[in-house]
Design a protein around this ligand. Structure first.
Ligand code: C2E
Ligand code: CA
Ligand code: CA
Ligand code: CA
Length: 279
């Protein structure tokens, strides 16, 4: 009837308004966050499981809003991408991570590269390569201490311009990792064409590795593929000894995960992972 039609219509718009308003509030707060010290970076070690030593660190952004409290990157990164805020935000993360890494090197700690997550929107921005170059110049960090984690979905469109851009970055000395590997839909042929250094096995495959035979098969396949293509392979989200054992016995020798450490504040990371390795 006309009545119920109108009712469902108004219900729908209320829902929409609610979502829309929530997003507006979040977006406004996020724009503010950039200029009011609400963003921080935490670092999670990448561990070499043969030597039990740290081989890298991943920078992950954190946002504690003065109005809204802690908000997960899984919530605000998609919004930042949608609104374009990811451009200044991503640049801030990159600059801060490079700056911190250089400070640690200047303090005499053994140099260890830092991996920074780069969203598609950032990567596709025309100024991306130049902005990375400027940040390295500004922070004086050696390019081979910077690793960029990009997702597989990047390879879906504009293959040639992607390869071009990756080559520019590689020529500078930066290394490239494919993040969340296995979760995208792209063909495997690009692995050969793309100048990349490593594959990161997504946590969704590492999880339940002991009970799920499909995950075991997928992880084994990714590891042997990486080995055959001469790529490094890193497993993310390793939480148990069983997962670690499986990865190790199948040739994945670098891992990240709560088993070793959650992401830590810069101070905690320095205390826990750098001080003992002072050069
Ligand atoms: P990701 O790049 O796949 O990062 C791994 C996520 O798994 C991180 O969540 C990390 O804290 C979490 N993690 C690490 N070890 C374990 C573990 O053993 N178990 C479990 N359950 N989780 C673990 P986080 O920090 O909440 O980040 C979520 C996602 O948000 C990231 O996924 C990444 O896609 C995005 N993100 C985070 N920081 C940035 C950033 O600075 N820039 C961009 N573009 N994206 C970011
Ligand atoms: Ca990542
Ligand atoms: Ca992941
Ligand atoms: Ca990711």
């Amino acid at each position: 009837s006309k009545e119920s039609g109108r009712n469902s219509y108004s219900f729908f718009t209320q829902e929409m308004n609610h979502d829309y308003q929530k997003k507006m509030v979040l977006e406004k707060a996020l724009r503010k966050a950039l200029h009011s010290n609400e963003l921080k970076i935490v670092y999670q070690p990448k561990m070499d499981i043969e030597t039990n030593s740290i081989t890298g660190m991943e920078a992950l952004v954190r946002w504690e809003s003065s109005e809204l409290g802690m908000i997960s990157p899984t919530e605000f990164i998609p919004l930042a991408e949608e609104t374009g805020i990811i451009l200044p935000l991503g640049e801030w993360v990159l600059k801060s991570a490079c700056f911190q890494n250089k400070i640690w090197q200047d303090m005499g700690y053994t140099p260890i590269p830092v991996s920074v997550n780069i969203s598609m929107r950032q990567f596709y921005d025309d100024n991306f390569v130049e902005s990375v170059m400027n940040i390295l110049k500004e922070t004086n960090l050696g390019a081979h201490y910077l690793d960029l984690e990009i997702t597989e979905s990047i390879s879906m469109t504009n293959i040639n311009s992607v390869i071009c851009r990756l080559n520019d970055l590689k020529a500078m000395g930066i290394s490239i990792s494919i993040d969340d590997f296995g979760t995208g839909y792209s063909s495997l042929s690009y692995l050969k064409k793309f100048p990349i250094n490593s594959l990161k096995i997504d946590r969704s495959f590492v999880k339940d590795i002991t009970s799920n035979s499909e995950n075991r098969a997928i992880v084994k396949t990714i590891i042997s593929m990486a080995n055959n293509l001469n790529l490094d392979v890193i497993a993310e989200g390793v939480e148990t000894e069983e997962e670690l054992l499986f990865l190790k016995s199948n040739g994945c020798l670098v891992v990240q995960g709560y088993l070793f450490s959650p992401p830590l504040s810069g101070e905690e990371f320095e205390r826990t992972f750098l001080e003992q390795h002072k050069g």
